[in-house]
Design a protein around this ligand. Sequence first.
Ligand code: AQP
Length: 326
Amino acid sequence: MVTFSGVQPSGIVTLGNYLGALKHFKAHGAKEDNLYCIVDLHALTSTTDSKALKAQSKTLAAIYMALGIHEHSTIFIQSHVPMHSELAWILQCTARMGELERMTQFKDKSAKKINVNTGLFTYPTLMAADILLYDTNIVPVGIDQKQHIELTRDLAERFNNTYREIFTIPEPQIAKHGAKIYSLTEPTKKMSKSDENVKSFISILDDEATIRRKIKSATTDSVGEINFDEENQPGVSNLLTIYSLCKEISIDQTLEHFNGQNYGFLKSEVAQAIVDELTPIQDRYNQIMSDKDLLNSTLKAGSEVAGKKAWRKMQKVKKAVGFYNE
Ligand code: AQP
């Protein structure tokens, strides 16, 4: 069983990234078969700030390590394994324009930009390459990535039918509950790390006072009753989801806890639950950031493992498409 997933170093990891994806970056067997990547090539679709990209890549690697992911899995930086870009090109030649035009993430992100780079458009083919290079079976992701995984499956099947059986068809692994954490300020919108309004998200590295302040100012409603009703009370429901995931209890147990209480109590309890969840991660993060050698050697070892696998796969792909190499 092979597992692959990644996060873009396009900002500081949010509570949404953590609860929707990173918390599910588990091992399903040998360390070499669980690959968790810092997808810096993807981040180029949204930034030209080289200093920030470099710093955020290091930060994200340290966050993976603070979560202990390197202990059971291989962690590496995408640009350290050039075969990702190589396979992405081949998959761009497999994908259809219409398929990529239908991707909702492209539509949403391009609508917000004046200059849309072609990387943003072809992003799903790079993501497909990330996954297919490793014969991945399981891809733990948030619900927003479901469409990209479906495209990955279609591209793999098309390639296999056109040439020969080269790629494994992956399955998304999406949490039944909490696969989408919403913005604190606009609770019908996804919480995103690149949101310009810093009050809309909790960063995994926010300090206690910031967490309390952001939760205190989170949008609720005028109903005045604590119900889990995503349609009519999205802000309150989002806070209940966050609480239940941090406490690892069900929504019913969460509702029982808040029975008869007011929004002030809800917010202070949610803030405390987040602080309790993030403080130990932040402590480990600070230790790792002060041990540059450990961080760099872990990433180097990870890219060696991933690089060997990716190289072997690319030999098969190149042969299948007919690249001459006698
Ligand atoms: N709000 C969210 N709730 C649950 N899961 C989420 N994910 C992202 N936001 C939420 C999941 O986090 C993983 C990594 O995401 P990504 O870095 O590849 O890019 P993204 O999905 O575009 O996430 P962001 O935070 O919104 O980044 P930006 O702002 O740069 O676009 C994925 O598994 C994703 O599903």
